[in-house]
Design a protein around this ligand. Structure first.
Ligand code: HEC
Ligand code: HEC
Length: 375
């Protein structure tokens, strides 16, 4: 090989060299990330206040057997279930933290939540805004509540047929639906740590309250409100708007944008860029029975159960008219339109509302007696 041949050869090899460098860099990054994740899995977990209370209540600890005090109290028997290893405990603890504090407001570093923020577009979502009491809502006597979106009850129905798509969805995919739509975010990989930890926690919950696999429990999902369960006055925007002002706006804001104080989400958005998107089952226009059910059961916070079925449908209908993200399936044009609506509509509404804000709300006619109480 003479000198010029060698030179030509070297020039030809430049792209190969670049490729090898890029691949090696990627390999090194992947390895470093992998090591980071492994170290994190070994680290003791600092629990959120809610998770500390929850997991203490169920006396989660490692050992050969696990006996849930809740089950002992309910059945009068000490039922032994398979025990947990220290690494299982940490997975359950991390899963609980994720449901309670998805965006890591209480975490020292977002890596404690497996960098959950990259899966969520907005700045408000936490799973337990809808799956309340960290997915395990009970009344004062420890009874699990009907239609409380229980994650324990949903775990035992893992791998169920989805009633809207007709597909057999594994538990991981059902979580993903909530990441994509209810949390208006992105789909984590099916084997991502975030999904695995959530699964570990929900599985633990189902053991802690002694649910049997493949059984349908009333606390799964929402007890939905169809039109037939109302006063059949039709879903009404004006009634909904006035009820929202009276009953919800003080926490969720007049435009549903939620309340954030010092960077902490106090009350989540129900409309606007940080809310669930149009393809969420919470969106009345997509599934009209779920949001009314949620509102009637769980809102207004502190006065749950005070609204009538008709009220809840009216309010849900009103909320569905707030601008919100389009969701992935709608395509880029719809997404652009929604973004525009979110940027422009609030300003228009503010303009229109300027003189309306001065009017007392009682001018708006509501036909439900209940709404008179606050006036
Ligand atoms: C805005 C409200 C909302 C948020 C936020 C939310 N979810 Fe959901 N979730 C729902 C609704 C509504 C359903 C569907 C219930 C149905 O189809 O009957 C659901 C269903 C599920 C299911 C399937 C349960 C079942 O019983 O079929 C899982 C698992 C789940 N969510 C996990 C999560 C996780 C994990 C997060 C956080 C990343 C989350 N959800 C955030 C409202 C929400
Ligand atoms: C006292 C404050 C308060 C009032 C009043 C209130 N909410 Fe909420 N709402 C909350 C809080 C806090 C959450 C988060 C869940 C939790 O912590 O229990 C929430 C959650 C929600 C959610 C699900 C969260 C999400 O991400 O979409 C909806 C929907 C909702 N509220 C609707 C309503 C409606 C409709 C009303 C009026 C009928 C209402 N709320 C009144 C405080 C309030």
């Amino acid at each position: 090989m003479n000198h010029s041949n060698l030179k030509q050869f070297m020039i030809k090899m430049i792209p190969v060299g670049i490729l090898i460098t890029i691949l090696s860099a990627l390999y090194i990054i992947a390895t470093v990330k992998h090591i980071e994740r492994s170290t994190l899995r070994l680290k003791p977990v600092s629990l959120t206040a809610g998770c500390k209370t929850k997991l203490d209540k169920y006396q989660l600890k490692s050992g050969k057997y696990y006996i849930s005090p809740y089950v002992t109290k309910q059945t009068g028997k000490q039922i032994r279930r398979a025990g947990y290893r220290p690494e299982d405990i940490r997975a359950i603890q991390r899963g609980c933290n994720i449901i309670d504090d998805l965006l890591g407001q209480d975490a020292k570093h977002i890596s404690e939540r497996w960098n959950s923020r990259r899966y969520i577009r907005g700045t408000h979502t936490s799973c337990d805004h809808c799956h309340q009491s960290i997915g395990d809502k009970q009344n004062a006597t420890g009874q699990r509540l009907v239609g409380s979106l229980s994650l324990a009850a949903s775990w035992v129905k893992a791998d169920a047929y989805d009633r809207f798509t007709g597909l057999l969805l594994p538990y991981e995919l059902r979580q993903m639906q909530c990441f994509i739509n209810s949390s208006n975010g992105f789909k984590p990989n099916i084997s991502d740590d975030i999904i695995r930890d959530i699964t570990a926690y929900t599985r633990f919950l189902s053991v802690a309250v002694n649910l049997r696999t493949q059984h349908r429990y009333p606390e799964q999902g929402i007890d939905e409100i169809p039109v037939s369960a109302t006063a059949k006055r039709g879903d009404d925007y004006v009634r909904g708007a006035s009820l929202f002002r009276l009953k919800c706006a003080n926490c969720h804001g007049a435009r549903g944008f939620g309340t954030v104080i010092n960077g902490r989400v106090i009350y989540p958005a129900v409309g606007g860029p940080n809310a669930f998107n149009r393809q969420s089952r919470n969106n009345f226009r997509f599934v009209s029975t779920i949001l009314p059910g949620f509102i009637c059961r769980n809102m207004p916070l502190g006065q749950e159960g005070t609204l009538s079925n008709q009220d809840c449908r009216d309010i849900a209908y009103f909320i569905s008219n707030m601008p919100r993200p389009a969701g992935d399936k709608a395509g880029p044009l719809a997404a652009l339109w929604q973004q525009m609506m979110m940027a422009i509509l609030p300003r228009l509404v503010a303009l229109v509302n300027q003189d309306e804000e001065a009017k007392p709300t009682s001018n708006l006619k509501t036909n439900e007696n209940k709404t008179q109480v606050d006036q």
